[in-house]
Design a protein around this ligand. Sequence first.
Ligand SMILES: [Zn+2]
Length: 96
Amino acid sequence: MAKNASATKRRLFLQGGVCFYCREPLALSDATQDYVIAKSLGGSDGDDNLVVCCRSINQYFVNCSVKMKLDTVLKYRGKLPCLIKGANQGVRVLEI
Ligand SMILES: [Zn+2]
């Protein structure tokens, strides 16, 4: 197992097997690591800054500040839709 995959697996375990943002069960094959504070903004490679989340949510959050990520999660009032499941189950993304 590659070092990055091992770190993803470890962090996913520590998160209880769910996506950090949508809280849905997350398969390791769909998991990716997200820098809460972007590395380009000085975010670290440590557990204090890396979370495991759905690939699709990670793509939406690319280049988003912590403020934007928090704002998005708050807008969904703790029910941020899992975009992987949404694609298969017709979950509608909140239109802002
Ligand atoms: Zn998710």
